[in-house]
Design a protein around this ligand. Structure first.
Ligand code: NUP
Length: 217
C-alpha cells in the first residue's frame, strides 16, 4: 500500500452505498479504505470488489483461526479485490504464516495486530506484543497495528518493530490525535467515526490529513 496522505478510512458502515459515496468523496485524501465485519456482513464480499474500484482495500477481519482456515479467509478476501488483510498475532507463528503465505501468492499485504486501542486491551494482548512483533517481523509481515490513543505504547511498539510500517487506529472518538500518533511512530492513521459521522466527511478528512502533515490538502 502506498503512503501518500497517511490517512486510511475505516468504512464501518452497514450502508454500503454510503460507504462508497464517502470513499469516492474523499478518495484523493486517503491512502486506502478499510473494511471490517459490519460492512461485509451487511453487504456481502461484493462490497470489497466495489470499493476496490476506487481505492486500495484493507480487509480488517482480524483473522485469528487455525492455519488452513486463515488461508481460506485470506484467499476469499483477496479474490474479492482486497489488497491487504489484518490478522491477529496472538494465535502464533503458524497462523500468521498462513496469512502471509497466501498473501504472497496473491500479491497482497498482511498487517498484524500488535496491540489494541480499547479499554482493557492491556489485560491480555499487551503482554504478548513484544513476541507478536518479533514473529511478524521474522515472517516478513508488511506491518503492524498499534493504538494511536496510547502514544507511550505506540512509541514502544515503534522501538521494538524498528522500521516496520505501523497503522494506527484510535484517533478521534477513541481519544487519540493524528499528529501525536505520527510523532509517536505511526506511519498511517486509521479513522472511522470522526469521518463518517461528521456532518462534512470531506472537511473532517482534510483536517486529519493536515494534522498528519505529509501532504497539504
Ligand atoms: O486496536 C484496534 N482498534 C481499532 O479501533 C484495532 C483496529 N483494527 N481498530 C479498528 O479501527 C476498528 O475495528 C475500527 O474499524 C477502526 C476505528 O474506528 P473509529 O474509532 O475511528 O471509528
Amino acid at each position: 500500500m502506498q503512503k501518500n496522505t497517511g490517512l486510511i478510512f475505516a468504512a464501518d458502515l452497514e450502508n454500503g452505498r454510503r460507504a462508497i459515496n464517502i470513499t469516492n468523496e474523499i478518495s484523493d485524501l486517503i491512502d486506502a479504505v478499510k473494511v471490517n465485519y459490519p460492512i461485509i456482513l451487511s453487504n456481502g464480499l461484493q462490497i470489497v470488489e466495489e470499493l476496490s474500484r476506487t481505492k486500495t482495500v484493507i480487509a480488517d477481519l482480524k483473522i485469528a483461526d487455525v492455519p488452513h482456515i486463515n488461508r481460506k479467509i485470506c484467499r476469499n478476501v483477496f479474490e474479492a479485490g482486497a489488497s491487504a488483510v489484518i490478522c491477529h498475532g496472538f494465535t502464533g507463528k503458524n497462523s500468521i504464516e498462513a496469512c502471509i503465505e497466501t498473501a504472497n501468492q496473491m500479491y497482497g499485504d498482511v498487517y498484524v495486530v500488535a496491540e489494541m486501542s480499547h479499554p482493557d486491551a492491556e489485560r491480555f494482548i499487551h503482554h504478548a506484543s513484544k513476541e507478536i512483533i518479533n514473529i511478524a517481523s521474522q515472517l516478513g509481515a508488511d506491518g503492524l497495528i498499534a493504538p494511536a490513543n496510547d502514544p507511550k505504547r505506540l512509541q514502544k511498539v515503534r522501538k521494538q518493530s524498528k522500521n516496520m510500517r505501523i497503522l494506527s487506529p484510535g484517533v478521534g472518538v477513541q481519544g487519540g490525535g493524528a499528529k501525536t500518533a505520527i510523532q509517536a511512530g505511526a506511519d498511517q492513521i486509521i479513522v472511522g467515526r470522526s469521518i463518517y459521522d461528521h456532518r462534512e466527511p470531506r472537511q473532517a478528512a482534510e483536517k486529519i490529513v493536515q494534522d498528519i502533515g505529509y501532504t497539504n490538502p
